[in-house]
Design a protein around this ligand. Structure first.
Ligand code: PGA
Length: 255
């Protein structure tokens, strides 16, 4: 159940998917189906599609976000994108520290925190991702791991207005497996407590769950205490699935 303002945040992470024609069609279909929905929607297309998808969403309430940014200001970083470039394109959010970047690009908590500092400095809302591996969960370390990632990845000036935290167990991403409701509850409560120890407005910092969220499980997950929305990968590539997840979230929102 959403604590942060009565509306869930449902974010679609398209990852490295989408050519112009299908990306545009997907954005248009989501826009058409989202009218009147009581959920905050966000689409994070690949960098190549930020401009056209942004144009397709212009004038709607659906926000645009990047999937990563560099920690530095614009300069000599071949292939990278500065936070201010995302903001300049109309992005309101940027996903940071996704496990595919932590694992595939060696991103550490320290690097994620530096990126978050840059993102906040240009007015973007950082969606900071964290989550344990299967081996860590099996060893009973999940709560310690996520608390450590939270401490290391969030900058000191994080607040409810500029930061979202996404709990994404590595073993649940793209696998069709999800933690039990009890396990999601336990992690989110632990994250909320850890946030409360450090930030004044911790109760308002949105906590998303991500990892194999589908229309069939979204209602149960989004009804959980301290789950303020979802970060959706695979299911965000089909408009009807993404919208069904958003509707499941909207049904949980407070009157
Ligand atoms: P998934 O991905 O929904 O395909 O499991 C979630 C994510 O990586 O954000």
């Amino acid at each position: 159940m959403n604590q942060a303002g009565g509306r869930p945040l449902i974010a679609g992470n398209w990852k490295m998917n989408g050519l112009r024609a299908d990306g545009l069609a997907l954005a248009q279909a989501i826009r058409a189906g989202a009218r009147g929905l009581r959920a905050d929607l966000l689409i994070c297309p690949p960098a190549t599609l930020l401009a056209p998808v942004g144009e397709a969403l212009a004038g709607s309430a659906i926000a645009l976000g990047g999937q990563d940014c560099h920690a530095d200001r614009p300069g000599a970083h071949t292939g990278d994108i500065a936070a201010v470039m995302l903001a300049d394109l109309g992005c309101r959010y940027v996903i940071l520290g996704h496990c595919e970047r932590r694992a595939g690009h060696g991103e550490t908590d320290e690097m994620v925190r530096a990126k978050a500092v840059s993102a906040l400095a240009v007015g973007l809302i950082a969606i900071v991702c964290l989550g344990e591996t299967e081996a860590q969960r099996d060893r009973g370390e999940a709560l310690d791991v996520v608390a450590r990632q939270l401490t290391g990845s969030l900058p000191e000036n994080a607040s409810a207005a500029n930061t979202v935290v996404a709990y994404e167990p590595v073993w649940a991403i793209g696998t069709g497996r999800v933690p039990s409701s009890g396990d999601i509850l336990a992690v989110h409560a632990h994250l909320r407590r850890a946030l409360a120890g450090r930030f004044k407005d911790a109760a308002g910092i949105r906590l998303l769950y991500g990892g194999s969220v589908k229309p069939g499980n979204a209602g149960e997950i989004l009804a959980l205490a301290d789950v303020d929305g979802a970060l959706v990968g695979g299911a965000s590539l089909k408009a009807e699935d993404f919208l069904a997840i958003a509707r499941a979230g909207a049904e949980q929102s407070w009157p």
